[in-house]
Structure formats: C-alpha cells, structure tokens
Design a protein around this ligand. Structure first.
Ligand SMILES: [Ca+2]
Ligand SMILES: [Ca+2]
Length: 150
C-alpha cells in the first residue's frame, strides 16, 4: 500500500505537479478551497501587486521615504531634529507653513509632535502630523463636494 506522499516522492513529479500541489496547499489555507481554475489568478495577482503597488501602498512608501530623506541629514538618522523638521516642512509642506502666521510655527509644531519629550521627532510622532493634516484636508474636500452638488 502506497500513501499519497510516497507516490509523489516515488514518481518524480513534473514541474507542473509540484506547482499545482504547492499552490493547492496554499489555497487550502484560505477557505473556501481554491479550485484549480482560480489558482493561476491568485498567482498573477500576487505578482501584479509586487510590480504595481496600489495608490495607498505607494503613499505609505512615500511617507517612509520622505521621513528618512530628512531624518538622515544630521544626528540620529532615525529621527528628525528641529532643524530637519524645519527643512522637511519648508520643502514638503510649504503651503501649510505659509498659512501659519506665527513665525515660531515650526517650534510650536515640534513641541506638539514630540510626545515622548526627547527633543526629536520619530516616525510615529511625524505620522501624527500627516494624519492631522490629512483629516483637515479631507474635511475641506467634503465641504467642497457638498458645495459642488448644490
Ligand atoms: Ca536626524
Ligand atoms: Ca520624540
């Protein structure tokens, strides 16, 4: 009596067999069990998402890249100093900075962002600035849409 595993090892399976066995096993982990026709589609979408990230994935990557571009300029390469935050805001958030009448806006923002009080802005603290501004922008967007409908 030969079990399934024995047959697979003994019969030197073709590449196609290995491929379908591997993908079927992967499919089994995600219910409902994948039919053979849906397996290639899963493989294609995995490849596509690696080549063509979504808008949101691209935005997240951009956020990380922008942060590190400025954070790596001086001192700790993983955090923004006051000077690095100023440079980042002048280059990347120029419109927002212009809208702040207060000449000490960057210092005030720095103080607000630095929740752990170490005098530097880490990525987590930086993201709260982006989230805050995004929420404000989205509210403007909603108002604009409502006006457009009337
Ligand atoms: Ca730094
Ligand atoms: Ca901090």
């Amino acid at each position: 009596m030969v079990n399934t595993a024995g047959r697979i090892i003994g019969a030197s399976p073709s590449l196609k067999d290995i491929y379908t066995t591997h993908l079927t096993r992967q499919g089994d982990q995600n219910s409902p069990p994948a039919k053979h026709t849906s397996v290639p589609r899963t493989a294609i979408s995995l490849v596509l998402s690696a080549i063509m990230p979504s808008d949101l994935e691209t935005s997240m990557e951009t956020l990380i890249k922008v942060f590190h571009k400025y954070a790596s300029r001086e001192g700790d390469s993983g955090t923004l100093s006051r000077k690095e935050l100023r440079t980042l805001m002048e280059a990347e958030l120029a419109g927002f900075l212009r809208s702040q009448k207060d000449p000490g806006a960057v210092d005030r923002i720095m103080k607000d962002l630095d929740t752990n009080g170490d005098g530097e802005v880490n990525f987590e603290e930086f993201v709260s600035l982006v989230v805050g501004l995004s929420i404000a922008c989205e509210q403007c967007f909603q108002l604009h849409m409502k006006k457009g409908k009337k």
